[in-house]
Each structure stands twice: as C-alpha cells, then as structure tokens.
Design a protein around this ligand. Structure first.
Ligand code: GLA
Length: 386
C-alpha cells in the first residue's frame, strides 16, 4: 500500500517529494445507536479499513485535494474565503481549515485521499476523511491536538462546514479508539473508557447491505427532532438534562404526558438502549458472548420497532445473517436506513458465515453484500515505517 500511495501521489501532484502517510479508520458500533445526540453512551471499535492520506507541503498557499475514488481534484486558495458550493471535498477542506485557524501561518498542502471503506455504508467514511485530514494538517502546521480535540474539531467542521448533523460517535471512534479495545464514550460528559475486548470464542463481522438511502439526512434529522420534543416534555417532569438520563421505568410512568405514540417509541428506544450499552461493555470485558448476543438482538428489535430505522432489505439481510453458520446475533450498525449490519459470530466461522450470506443475499435480492472483519483496530495515526 505504502509504495502504491507514494507513486500515486507523485503522479497526481507531478512531484518527486516523499509524502507523509496517515491512516484513519472507519468504525463500527457494538451497541448504543442514536444515543450520541441524546447524551447517552456508545461503544464503537475501529475497523482495519479506512482512509489512507498521502500528504505533502506546497510552496504556495493552495490546498489541493485529490480523491482516488472519484479521480477528481479540487483546489482552494487558503488566502480567500472558502467557496460555498457543496461537494465531497468539503469534508477534507473543512478539517484542514479548522486546524489552519489554530496555526500561526498559512501553509499550502497536497492531500491524496484513498479509501478502503465502502462509501456511504454507515461505517463513518466521512469522519475517517475529516479526522485523517485534520491529523495531516496538524502535523504540517505544528498544531498539537489530543485525540479529543481532534474529534471535537472534526465534529464542528462536519456540522458547520459540511452541514451534516453528525454526533460524537463517529469522530471520537475514528480519532480515539485503541487497538484491542472498544471505546465506551459518555456523550454528555465526553468521558472515555477504553474497554479491553476479551471474547476468546466470538468475533464480529460487518456486512454492507449494498443499499444506500439517499437523503438519509432528512429522516435522521426527523429522529433528532422527535427526541428533542420528547426531552422538552420529560425535562419538565423529571430531573433529566438529556433523554438518555431518563430510566425506562420513569418513562413508562409519564407516558401519558407525551401523548404522541411515535415520540414515545423514539424515547423508549433511547432509554432502553442506554441501559444496554453499559451491560454490553461488561460482556466485552468478561467474555460473555451469549449475554452480549441477547443485548444486540434487543437493540436491533428496538431500532426496527421503536426507532424505525430499518428497511425491508436490512430485515432480509438480518434474517439471512441470523440463519448463517455460527451466528449468535445481528443488528443494524450506524444510523440505519440502509448501510451495514453487524453480527456476532463464533470465532473461526468467518469464512463459512460470509460464504453463506453472500450466496443467500445475492439470490434473494440480486444485491452484492460486502464483508469486513470488525476487529477493534486503532484510531487515526501517522504512518511511520516501523
Ligand atoms: C450516524 C451519525 C452518528 C450516530 C449514528 C447512530 O452515524 O453520524 O452520530 O448518531 O448515526 O448511532
């Protein structure tokens, strides 16, 4: 990969320089879906797949970004206000501009982006780009950032510069995960705990359904608003600052105050899922695969029935994954509305599981699924040769 990126960089930017290399992973979420914007806990791990960035200095004040996926280049003059139009380049440029704002000088850069992640599969391909570019820019501009500062800067950039209402889950997972650990992140206090994963008999597989729902932002924003409405009612009745602070018992007790059944079910997902996250972290730590499987199945049911972010294709895939050899549990991973599913399977069954799901899903839907081992890799880093 290294030589391939260096060659590509030199060709694209017509340069003999040796670029610096950075790797920024994608993420999967063991459990804790749609909790990050409700002040709850999430439990992601980093994937081995992600975005490679080959980056070098320029002798001018231009930022030049090239995507190998699109085979497109975009150039920005760092001395001018950034252009307003939308585009893939905003993820990278927003992160570089945010870091540049903290630096003492303007510095032109070339960035070559090469992703090994399926794009739009709910595996955080966008946070993978923003965090990787922030890391590259911080390196060249001598800006010191902790992983928490990087994650916060990238979240702000994606919210404001790209205009996507992403929460804490993606940038924190991509920037802060540690190898062999899941990240238990409390999204109200931003407290992080690295949970050592000890599952000798089980492993995780991510399956990309191959379906993408365009304009996913609209239903996502709707869920966001419904949760806010629920909180507005509940905070008048209970000592809750965030929806995830409410207990399932209290929610049931004040149900009639909410009135609207849809809003009640959204809140019900949040308060029950919150409880499952802490329990799942203990399962990872103490190797309780079967208990974890039970929590994952409950999470999926809640996402399907209460939060309503599943689709017919995802449900089809879920039942085929569930029936495949070695599978203990399957759930939506990420926002839902298409994208990816996560299964917990018996260790050693990866090939048999993938082969069966590949065949049965293709036959049932004509769609091509993608497979990734979800192995708790490490957060974004600068690649050095050793
Ligand atoms: C998307 C968002 C995250 C999170 C998940 C659902 O991936 O970007 O912030 O809300 O959905 O858990």
């Amino acid at each position: 990969m290294r030589q391939h990126l260096v060659d590509r960089y030199r060709k694209v930017f017509v340069s003999q320089d040796e670029p610096e290399l950075f790797f920024s992973p994608g993420r999967f979420n063991v459990i804790g879906e749609h909790l990050d914007y409700n002040g709850g806990q999430v439990l992601p791990g980093a994937l081995e797949a992600g975005t490679w960035i080959a980056a070098g200095l320029r002798p001018d004040e231009q930022l030049v970004i090239y995507s190998t996926y699109l085979n497109e280049t975009r150039q920005l003059d760092l001395r001018l206000p950034p252009p307003a139009e939308a585009g893939w380049w905003r993820y990278a440029a927003g992160a570089v501009l945010a870091v540049s704002n903290r630096a003492e000088r303007l510095q032109g850069m070339n960035l070559l982006l090469h992703s090994t992640l399926p794009v739009g599969a709910g595996l955080s391909s966008s946070a993978s780009v923003t965090v990787g570019c922030a890391l590259a820019a911080a390196h060249f501009l001598d800006v010191r950032l902790t992983c928490t500062e990087t994650a916060l800067l990238c979240k702000k950039s994606e919210n404001e510069f790209v205009g996507v209402p992403c929460g804490y889950l993606d940038p924190f997972a991509v920037a802060c995960c540690r190898k062999g650990h899941a990240l238990l992140l409390d999204c109200s206090l931003l407290h992080q705990e690295h949970i050592p994963v000890h599952l000798p008999d089980h492993e995780f597989v991510v399956v990309d359904s191959g379906t993408r729902r365009h304009l996913i932002e609209a239903p996502f924003r709707q869920r966001f608003d419904e949760c806010r409405w629920a909180l507005q009612v509940l905070e008048r009745l209970l000592p809750a600052q965030h929806l995830a602070d409410v207990s399932p018992q209290d929610l049931r007790r004040v149900r009639h105050w909410i009135g609207d059944d849809v809003v009640y079910r959204r809140a019900r997902h949040v308060v029950t899922e919150q409880w499952r996250v802490a329990a799942a972290a203990e399962c990872l730590r103490y190797g309780k695969g079967h208990e974890l499987a039970r929590l994952m199945r409950a999470s999926h049911a809640s996402l399907r029935d209460c939060f309503e972010v599943s689709t017919p294709e995802l449900e089809r895939l879920a039942s085929l994954m569930q029936a495949a050899p070695g599978c203990l549990a399957t759930r939506i991973s990420g926002a839902g509305f298409g994208g990816s599913m996560l299964s917990l399977i018996e260790r050693g069954m990866y090939e048999a599981f993938c082969e069966t799901v590949h065949h049965s899903y293709r036959q049932a839907t004509g769609l091509e699924p993608g497979f990734l081992r979800a192995s708790f890799g490490c957060g974004a880093y600068r690649y050095t040769n050793g």
